[in-house]
Design a protein around this ligand. Structure first.
Ligand code: UDP
Ligand code: MG
Length: 317
């Protein structure tokens, strides 16, 4: 029987943790009883620098029950980094790892199917939301737009898949060789290859606490997703620049003709317009390029993507 680890990033989740712990314990016990997973399987909470009692609760869970374990990051690094910290810390001792959110919006009853797919020989099992009924109108549509845009830009991404997925040990081992700092896990995992399958589920509403993904974080996540995966925006600007260059040639010919016709004063309007239009475009282009240079800058530093303050795996004396 294979060992399963659940990895759950938590940021200010004291309102949901107690319930999450209860439900996960039931789930894990039934999986163990049905001989689907080994009894050494664990639930590992990753505390992403929470400001509330989250870490104290995790420590308590661990002391009460060896099923639970925890990783404390030295400060808040964001969902993706917290998730990666968890995955990279646990995979050497696990056979398969499932990542999910602390608010249990992802239906934990499909874990059985995840494991079946794993035993059927799949290294990666993506949890895909069958509908977005519980999302607000705004979130549903912006998310849809985001997936469409990623697709158009040629980033391979699983439609409506968030970070609820199972990965085998060897898939995680392969992921550990991806050294990038700008993390966008749902874009990185498909790059690994390996046999995979998809399991659909209904996403529930968060049962307590608030979303830790306000609009600002969501937008920056989407933006990072695009710029860390493709250089198409740069290429687009290159072509735009070329196109404008040809346009300006036509305008040059046009203004020369007007000049020889003796109507030079007329030029003022078009001059003003083109100065503004080109100035704007240039700034825009520099901004896009700057974005990529910024990424290169961050990557070239090779800073650690997370720092673990404490891992509850080692038994205390
Ligand atoms: N999260 C985290 N660090 C952060 C923000 C969020 O570890 O800086 C965790 C959070 O605790 C939760 C998961 O990421 O387990 C997803 O966040 P949330 O449920 O708030 O996002 P939503 O479901 O609203 O998109
Ligand atoms: Mg949530």
């Amino acid at each position: 029987m294979e060992k399963l680890y659940l990895v759950i990033p938590c940021y200010n989740e004291e309102a949901v943790l107690e319930e999450t712990k209860k439900r996960l314990k039931e789930k894990m016990e039934s999986l163990i009883k049905n001989k689907k997973i080994s009894k050494d399987s664990k639930v590992v909470f990753v505390n992403d620098g929470s400001k509330d009692k989250t870490w104290e609760m995790i420590v308590k869970f661990h002391e009460e029950d060896s099923l639970f374990s925890g990783i404390n990051l030295s400060r808040n690094r964001g969902h993706q980094n917290a998730l990666l910290a968890g995955l990279m810390t646990v995979y050497p001792s696990a056979d398969m790892v499932i990542s999910m959110d602390a608010d249990l919006q992802d239906d934990i009853n499909v874990i059985d199917q995840f494991i079946d797919e794993y035993y059927a020989g799949n290294d990666i099992v993506y949890g895909v939301r069958s509908s977005r009924k519980t999302d607000t109108f705004f979130k549903r549509n912006t998310a849809l737009m985001f997936y469409r845009m990623m697709e158009k830009m040629g980033v391979q991404i699983i439609y409506n898949h968030a970070d609820y997925r199972l990965m085998s040990k060897r898939a995680l081992e392969a992921l550990s060789h991806f050294k990038e700092v700008n993390l966008f896990l749902r874009g990185m995992v498909p790059l690994l290859g390996f046999p995979y399958s998809v399991v659909e589920y209904e996403r529930a509403e968060r049962f307590a606490g608030e979303s830790k993904y306000p609009l600002k974080k969501m937008l920056s996540f989407a933006f990072d997703g695009i710029t860390s995966f493709c250089v198409k925006p740069i290429r687009f600007i290159l072509f735009l620049g070329l196109f404008l260059f040809f346009c300006s040639l036509i305008i040059l010919i046009y203004s020369l003709i007007r000049y020889f016709q003796g109507e030079v004063i007329l030029g003022w309007t078009s001059l003003m317009v083109s100065i503004w239009a080109l100035g704007g475009l240039q700034l825009f282009a520099i901004g896009v390029i700057g974005e990529y240079i910024g990424k290169i800058y961050m990557e070239s530093k090779e800073r650690p993507r997370f720092i673990i303050e404490r891992y509850l795996e080692e038994k205390e004396d």
